[in-house]
Design a protein around this ligand. Structure first.
Ligand SMILES: [Zn+2]
Length: 286
C-alpha cells in the first residue's frame, strides 16, 4: 500500500509538472489560481517529509561550485542530483524526440525554454520513480519565478540552498578554469589567497592542477574572459534575485557563503544543514 501511494505521488508530481506548464503556456492563466494544482498542503497524496527523502534546490552563480556540493550531498543522502544542464546535454546527445528542437535552440544561442526544461525534468523524475528513487537535489532549476511557481504548485521543496562566494574569488576561479583538450578533464589553475581586511574574512582556495599527462594540453574556453565572466555574473544576479526572494519570503532560503575550497567549505556546509558525514567525522577523530 505504501509503495503504491508513493508511486501515485511521484507520478502526480512529474506529469502535473508538465501539464502545469502546458496549461500556463496555452492559457496564460495565473498559476496560483489554477484549480488543478491543489495548493492545499494537507492534500493526502503529498507525503510528509518523514516518509520521503529530502527535496532540495541548489542555487548559485556559474563557477561557484554548485554542482560539486550538490553532487556530494546527493551521495551522502542517497538522493539523485538532477542538474538541468546535464539533462539538456544528454538529450542533445540522444536521438530523443527533443534533440533536434534543442539543437536548433542551442545553435542559435538562445536560452532553452521553460517548456523544454520542464519536459526533460518530468521525464527524468518519471524514470527515477520507475527505479524506486525518493527525494532529489535540483541544480539549475528553478531559474525563474515562473519555474519556481510551477514547482511550488506540484511538490514541496523543503529547502533552497543559495551558495555564494566573494566576488573576487569567484572571478579568479572562473578565469582559472582549464580543460584538457585530449581527455576533456576539468581543472583550475587559480591559486586564491585573499587577505582578510576591514571585517571581510580572508580565504584560501587551492588550485586543482592536472596530472602531468594533461598539463601540456590545457585550453581555456574562449568565453572565459574577464569581460564575459563579469557579464555572465551580472545577468545571473539579475535573474536569480527574484527567485531567491520568492524562497526567502517562504522561509526556505538558506544563504551559505563558501569560506574557501572544498576542505574548508564541506564541513561548514554540513554543519549549516545539520548533517554529518561519517568520513569527515572519521578523519577529524584520526
Ligand atoms: Zn587529459
Amino acid at each position: 500500500m505504501a509503495v503504491s501511494l508513493r508511486a501515485i505521488r511521484n507520478i502526480r508530481f512529474s506529469s502535473f509538472l508538465y501539464r502545469a506548464l502546458s496549461s500556463s503556456l496555452s492559457s496564460g492563466a495565473d498559476l496560483k489560481s489554477s484549480a488543478f494544482f491543489g495548493h492545499n498542503k494537507s492534500l493526502p497524496l503529498r507525503a510528509e517529509p518523514k516518509d520521503r527523502n529530502v527535496q532540495w534546490v541548489f542555487l548559485g552563480c556559474p563557477g561557484v561550485g554548485k554542482g560539486t556540493y550538490a553532487s556530494r550531498l546527493s551521495n551522502l543522502l542517497g538522493v539523485p542530483h538532477i542538474a538541468t544542464g546535464d539533462l539538456v546535454r544528454e538529450e542533445l546527445n540522444s536521438s530523443g524526440p527533443l534533440a533536434s528542437q534543442l539543437e536548433e535552440v542551442v545553435n542559435q544561442g538562445q536560452l532553452v525554454s521553460d517548456e523544454i526544461i520542464i519536459n526533460l525534468l518530468s521525464k527524468r523524475l518519471e524514470a527515477g520513480e520507475a527505479k524506486g528513487e525518493s527525494g532529489f537535489i535540483l541544480d539549475g532549476f528553478p531559474r525563474t519565478i515562473r519555474q519556481a511557481e510551477i514547482l511550488e504548485g506540484v511538490t514541496d521543496i523543503d529547502l533552497v540552498v543559495n551558495l555564494k562566494l566573494q566576488e573576487e574569488a569567484l572571478l579568479a576561479k572562473c578565469l582559472g578554469r582549464r580543460i584538457c583538450s585530449e581527455c576533456g578533464g576539468n581543472y583550475n589553475v587559480a591559486s586564491i589567497d585573499i587577505k582578510g581586511e576591514n571585517g571581510k574574512p580572508g580565504m584560501y582556495m587551492a588550485p586543482l592542477l592536472p596530472p602531468p599527462h594533461c598539463a601540456s594540453k590545457l585550453i581555456q574556453r574562449s568565453d572565459d574572459t574577464e569581460e564575459v565572466v563579469k557579464e555572465r555574473l551580472r545577468v545571473y544576479n539579475e535573474m536569480s534575485r527574484p527567485v531567491e526572494e520568492f524562497y526567502r519570503q517562504r522561509g526556505k532560503l538558506l544563504e551559505f557563503t563558501l569560506p574557501g575550497g572544498i576542505p574548508e567549505s564541506w564541513p561548514k556546509l554540513l554543519q549549516a544543514l545539520n548533517l554529518e558525514d561519517p568520513e569527515v567525522k572519521q578523519s577529524a577523530a584520526a
